[in-house]
Design a protein around this ligand. Structure first.
Ligand SMILES: [Cu+2]
Length: 296
């Protein structure tokens, strides 16, 4: 009875240590102290990656166990002290066929779901909106081409300026707001060196290459804050260009877009004609391009 009580107390102490209380800000996409395995999946792609990983883990553990047991058996059964006259056998066709065919079957069993997942991750057939992420030394900038083409930079908040609930080395001054339950096409590029737009909770790790537009996609399943980071060594401040994504409902996203259009209007590299002086060179260039498009 006493032992049972002690065990219960120990169990609850252990649980209290490993269960981290959710913060008020609801940061889902962040690693927790003593975490084992992946971050919580927040997209269908990441859910499938976790399932595939678990499936491969079963195969790997089974192979490791089989080899260890076989090795142990051989070491004991065929030890020198028990076999003073060792066997001269060099070939056994049946076993040779087995150890060629069985690994081939295992590889085929692994490659079929692997390729299915690769093609699933590649792109979404029906994107509902686009987000463009551009890597710079050393911050990310974002464009929302379907929502008025506004542009903004997301720069890491220094440790001394962090507010409660913001993660050190992970929170940016401008958050990337995205709607949940929406197929979002993500275009990734860079303007100086190669960066990498990586978001573990979404199962995304996409190279940002200057002069090249790489595509990936996400459909976020849960609202919350998700953190990512540049995952390609890109210079001295490589580790200080994080990604902060706030996933919200579609209604809240529309509200944010209206505010963001005003807030970030001044950043736009594509100014609309009415904001410019008609005599300026940029306007005449734009209207020339427009005329060409119309006359086509
Ligand atoms: Cu980078």
């Amino acid at each position: 009875m006493f032992i049972k009580k002690v065990l219960t107390v120990l169990c609850s102490l252990f649980c209290a240590l490993i269960v981290v209380p959710a913060s008020a800000e609801e940061a889902i996409g962040v690693s927790k102290p003593w975490q084992m395995g992946f971050r919580e999946a927040a997209s269908p792609v990441m859910e499938r990656i976790v399932d595939f990983h678990n499936f491969l883990m079963i195969i790997s553990v089974a192979i490791a166990l089989f080899v260890t047991i076989l090795l142990g058996y051989v070491m004991i059964r065929f030890r020198a002290s028990k076999n003073p006259n060792p066997s001269k056998r060099t070939h056994n066709t049946f076993i040779e066929v087995l150890w060629t065919v069985i690994p081939i079957i295992i590889l085929v069993v692994m490659v079929v779901p692997s390729f299915r997942l690769l093609y699933y991750m590649d792109k979404t057939d029906e994107p509902e909106m686009t987000l463009k992420a551009i890597g710079h030394q050393w911050y990310w900038s974002y464009e929302y081409p379907d929502h008025g083409d506004f542009v903004f930079d997301a720069i890491m908040i220094e440790e001394s300026d962090l507010k409660p609930g913001q993660e050190r080395l992970l929170h940016t001054d401008n958050e990337v707001v995205l709607p949940i339950n929406t197929n979002i096409k993500i275009l990734v590029t860079a303007d100086d060196v190669i960066h990498n737009w990586a978001l573990p909770s979404f199962g995304i790790k996409m190279d940002a290459v200057p002069g090249q537009l790489n595509e990936t996609w996400v459909n976020i399943t849960k609202p919350g804050i998700y953190y990512g980071m540049c995952s390609e060594l890109c210079g001295v401040r490589h580790s200080f260009m994080p990604i902060t994504i706030r996933a919200v409902t579609k209604e809240n996203f529309s509200e944010w877009v209206e505010k963001a259009k005003i807030e970030f209007a001044k950043n736009s590299p594509y100014p609309s004609d009415k904001n410019l002086d008609p005599s300026s060179e940029v306007v005449s260039l734009t209207s020339n391009i427009n005329n060409k498009v119309i006359t086509k």
